[in-house]
Every structure is written in C-alpha cells, then in structure tokens.
Design a protein around this ligand. Structure first.
Ligand code: GTP
Ligand code: MG
Length: 337
C-alpha cells in the first residue's frame, strides 16, 4: 500500500582540515610542529518523534545538510566537531536509499535513531606527521568529505480505524470520547487539519486496544485537491478499517452526503472504496425525527451492504456497539498493512 512519502537528499558535514603550524617561542629558534587536527563533520540523523504522524513537514526534494567540522589550529588545537543535523520523523517511517532501493532502516519507536549520512573525519594536523627523520613536516591532511545520498522516506500504516466524513460530522468528538486524545472540537468545519491518533480500549475487561485516527473532514472534489483533500485522503489510505460518520442532526440528505464521501474515496489515485467500513449516524440525541433518520441511515447502509449504527458522543449512546463492531472488523482485517 502506498502512502505518505518524501524524497530528500542528505549531506553530512565535511571534516575540518588539519593545520600546519610551528611553535614560536622567544629564544627557541626552531619550534616543532603544532598544527591541530580538523574536527569531525556533523552526521545527518533521522530520529523518531512519537507525536508526529505525517511526513508533511519534510519537503520533497529538499537538500538537508549538516555543518562542517572546524579546521585545526596552531598550538595543537583540534577543530570543534559539528553537531548532528537531526531530521524528525513519525513512528513507522521506512527509510530507503533512493538509488539502490536498499532499506536502511525501519524506524518504529519513539527516540529511535538512524545515521543516514556520516560526517567526514577531520584531517590530521602537521603535529601528527613529525618523525625522527622529519622534525618539521609541512604536510597536513584535508578533512574527509561528508557522505551524501538520496533517500526515500515512506510512512507505513497509521491506524486500525480511520474516522472519515464531512467536516463537522463529529469525528474529533468521538475520538476524544473513546480515547485519551484531545483533538480540538468546534462547531465550524475544518477544525481538524491533521490526523490525530488515540488508543482505544475494548469494552469490558478486555485488554485489546486499537489505534483510531481522526482524519480531517473531506468535501466534494477532495480527490482533486479541494480543501487539502488529497493530503487528507492520503491519511485515509493508511487506515485498515473506516468508520464513516454522518451527522443525523443535519437536515441535508443522508444519502447525498454519504455518496459524496464514498465518491471521493473511490476517485482517489489509489481507490479507497474497497476498505472495510461501517456507517455511523452521529449526534443522535439531537435528532428530532429519530425513527425516520435511522430508517434513512439503514436504507443507505443496505445499499452499500455495510453495517449501520447510531451514536451520541454526548450521551454515550451506541458507543459500546460501535466498539464491538470495530474491534471485530479490525481483527478480521489484519492483513491490511
Ligand atoms: N449534540 C451533539 N453534538 C455533537 C456530537 N458530537 C459532536 N458534536 C458537535 O458537533 C460539532 C463538530 O464536532 P467535531 O468533533 O469538531 O467535528 P469534526 O467531524 O471533527 O469536524 P472537522 O474537524 O471540521 O472535520 C461540535 O460543535 C461538537 O460539539 C453529539 O454526539 N451530539
Ligand atoms: Mg475534527
């Protein structure tokens, strides 16, 4: 499955040059060599940061360069080494060498690090070349150039369950209700702009958990980029199972709204309408004509041949049933990775 990815060039720092220098002291006519070594160039390092969940902050085609080591100096002073250039990546990032396709690492846990380009060694200063036959060497080495290579970063599966739907459907509210995650909730559309993850526990004394992703709202034309739609659909691509939320307290046609989102999932570059899903009517406690709304929801679900259920994140109504269904679907669809 193809997902969030970025191609970057990383270039580690060059080693500093060694120095040619001789001691100069009063009354010592010919001082010995005292040129220091160059410092090491900085490495380029990838480091996993738990609270990142996309590669969007790593711009495609960018050159990321670490600093060079400092040159050696007289009086045997070694040049300072450069610190590493750290690129933050989300858990689940696979790193490949772009040219060879070789997998350099699979970065999973918070804090995991991978050196993707090694800094060059510093050159030796002339003090190192002193020998019984040459007490005044005039040679020093240049620093070794830093490694440079092109990488392809790819992000693996984000979540077991992805919450999809139009803006304002109640996705963030549901995630907040079911997990410790606290995505922003508001009465206006496009409150959520990047996916939030939460760990959801199974009901009863069951130790199973699943990872749920709150995906930003999709709108008509999303597959062509409307409302950042392509980026958002790319997050959907990384979910095993989808829960499609539709606001039952709205007057608009349930069928039209569900069809809109299904259409966008189907029209995405790698069609997403084959993902297992359930239809969830939200805000049910605020619905005036509850029976009629539920009937319409069931009719739409029957057309798509998927299970339907209604919930209220306010009263907690229907949440147990929803969890039961989602845990079952996730366990049946473990092969989607
Ligand atoms: N009455 C009622 N209101 C709800 C319920 N769930 C969510 N809301 C309200 O619906 C509005 C939108 O909720 P959000 O959770 O921000 O919706 P969203 O789907 O995440 O929206 P975007 O991030 O814009 O895509 C907020 O004002 C919520 O308080 C519910 O079960 N009942
Ligand atoms: Mg939201």
């Amino acid at each position: 499955m193809l997902i969030d990815q970025a191609r970057i060039t990383v270039w580690a720092g060059n080693g500093g040059n060694g120095c040619v220098s001789f001691r100069r002291e009063k009354f010592v006519p010919r001082g010995g060599p005292n040129g220091g070594d160059g410092g090491r160039g900085g490495d380029v390092v990838l480091r996993v940061e738990r609270n990142l969940n996309t590669l969007l902050h790593i711009h495609n085609r960018r050159l990321i360069r670490a600093e060079n080591g400092h040159h050696g100096m007289g009086s045997n002073k070694t040049g300072a080494g450069a610190s590493a250039m750290v690129i933050r990546v989300p858990p689940g990032t696979i790193v490949r060498d772009f040219e060879t396709g070789e997998v350099l690492g699979d970065l999973l846990e918070d804090g995991d690090e991978l050196v993707v380009a090694g800094g060059g060694r510093g050159g030796r200063g002339n003090a190192r070349f002193s020998s019984p036959t040459n007490r005044a060497p005039r040679t020093a080495e240049e620093g070794v150039p830093g490694e440079k290579r092109e990488l392809e970063l790819e992000l693996k599966l984000l979540a077991d369950v992805g919450l999809v739907g139009l803006p304002n459907a109640g996705k963030s509210t549901l995630l907040a209700r079911l997990s410790a995650a606290r995505p922003k909730v508001a009465e206006y559309p496009f409150t959520t702009l990047e996916p939030h993850l939460g760990v959801v526990q199974a009901p009863d004394d069951d130790y199973r958990t699943l990872v749920m992703a709150d995906i930003p709202g999709l709108i008509e034309g999303a597959h062509q980029g409307a409302g950042l739609g392509v980026q958002f659909l790319r997050h959907v691509e990384r979910c095993r199972v989808l829960a499609h939320l539709v606001d039952l307290s709205s007057e608009d046609s349930v069928a039209d709204r569900v069809d809109t989102i299904r259409g966008e999932l189907a029209a995405f570059a790698t069609p997403l309408d084959g993902r297992p899903w359930v239809l969830v009517g939200t805000k049910v406690e605020a619905v005036a004509e509850r029976t009629a709304s539920e009937a319409e929801l069931n009719r739409v679900a029957a057309e798509y041949e998927v299970p339907a259920l209604t919930i209220s994140a306010v009263t907690g109504d229907g949440l147990r049933r929803l969890l039961g269904l989602l845990f079952k679907l996730v366990s049946e669809n473990q092969e989607i990775t």
